[in-house]
Design a protein around this ligand. Structure first.
Ligand SMILES: [Ca+2]
Ligand SMILES: [Ca+2]
Ligand SMILES: [Ca+2]
Length: 326
């Protein structure tokens, strides 16, 4: 990469950081752990963004909005007082061949973390050598804008800190025998080059709520109305998921994820047929058949619910009226 291009990428990074600083939203406390590599009390990595930068990967099996990051660490010297302030920078990267790739976001965290001494140790005391132990701290940062982690997609998290005195250590989580568990850069904290190394780091990603479901339009028994369902029927109920100008049902739906019935959680998918435009708007729709006996409908029900996910893991749901016939 030539230096001019690098300069402009740096400038873009600075602009992104600048924009983020305008948001001073204090989101509600995080509620759910979306991903965790718990502290191992086995030592840690130096990571200051100057001589060395450490990045670790994560992958979540469903699409989720990350709104808080928590991590564990301590300080290099055990004979110095705890630094009054920290100066953290957190970066999120896309994956590129098992290493940090494109920079997604930079968070100029500075000293804006909640820092709490846990009473535990990054490196435990060793009575034999007289080592009194490296105290462990837990840090937490609420993201000024949420980060959308797509399902089953690998990302990289780098954390660097230059405290007001001493140096900072990012605690190790599990020991990893393969030199591919973290990546380290000894030159540039954004552009690398990155070198694989042993062991994982201790951090946790939290989500306030999962990605809101995508609402889709469905037509139970396309071509007929009312949508009569005979409880004694031993066959199937066709359900059409309609495309729109912004939603391509045949292309965007993970067909095997679909469930349909009284609550929407009933697993009775028989099969999806070839695409057809059931409402004549020129957009191909997806028609899937569900076994009537698996739908759980009862006399008096008035709504049928379809649930599933998109191919990228975003939950979706849709409803249509039903008329239950005994
Ligand atoms: Ca890792
Ligand atoms: Ca219908
Ligand atoms: Ca259509």
């Amino acid at each position: 990469m030539n230096s001019r291009r690098k300069y402009w990428q740096y400038l873009a990074t600075i602009i992104i950081v600048g924009r983020l600083m305008f948001f001073s939203i204090t989101a509600a406390a995080a509620e759910t752990i979306a991903y965790e590599q718990s502290p191992g009390h086995l030592g840690g990595f130096s990571t200051d963004g100057q001589g060395i930068t450490v990045a670790d990967d994560f992958q979540i099996d469903h699409s989720t909005l990350i709104n808080n990051i928590t991590w564990w660490g301590g300080y290099g010297s055990t004979n110095l007082p705890t630094p009054p302030t920290d100066n953290f920078t957190i970066r999120l990267f896309a994956d590129s061949g098992g290493q940090p790739g494109a920079l997604i976001q930079t968070f100029a965290v500075g000293n804006n973390t909640s820092r709490t001494a846990t009473g535990d140790f990054v490196n435990p005391p060793d009575p034999n050598s007289g080592f009194e132990g490296r105290p462990e701290f837990i840090y937490s940062f609420t993201l000024p804008i949420t980060f959308q982690a797509e399902a089953n997609t690998r990302y990289w998290l780098s954390i660097v800190n230059i405290p007001s005195l001493d140096s900072w250590i990012w605690e190790v989580s599990t020991l990893c025998p393969n030199p591919t568990c973290v990546q380290r850069s000894f030159t540039d904290p954004v552009f690398g080059p990155w070198e694989p190394y042993y062991d994982n780091t201790a951090f946790q990603l939290q989500t306030g709520e999962d990605t809101p479901p995508l609402s889709v339009n469905i037509d139970i028994k396309p071509g007929s109305f009312p949508n009569s369902i005979n409880l004694s029927n031993r066959g199937i109920i066709p359900v059409a998921i309609l495309s729109s100008s912004t939603f391509n049902a045949p292309g965007q739906i993970n067909k095997t994820s679909l469930t349909f019935g009284r609550t929407g959680g009933e697993s009775g998918l028989a099969r999806c047929s070839s695409y057809q435009d059931v409402n004549g708007d020129g957009l191909p729709d997806l028609v899937c058949n569900f076994t009537t006996q698996a739908t759980g409908f009862r006399l008096g029900d008035t709504v049928g619910v379809l649930k599933g996910t998109t191919v990228t893991g975003t939950p979706l749901s849709g409803t249509d009226s039903v008329r239950i016939v005994p």
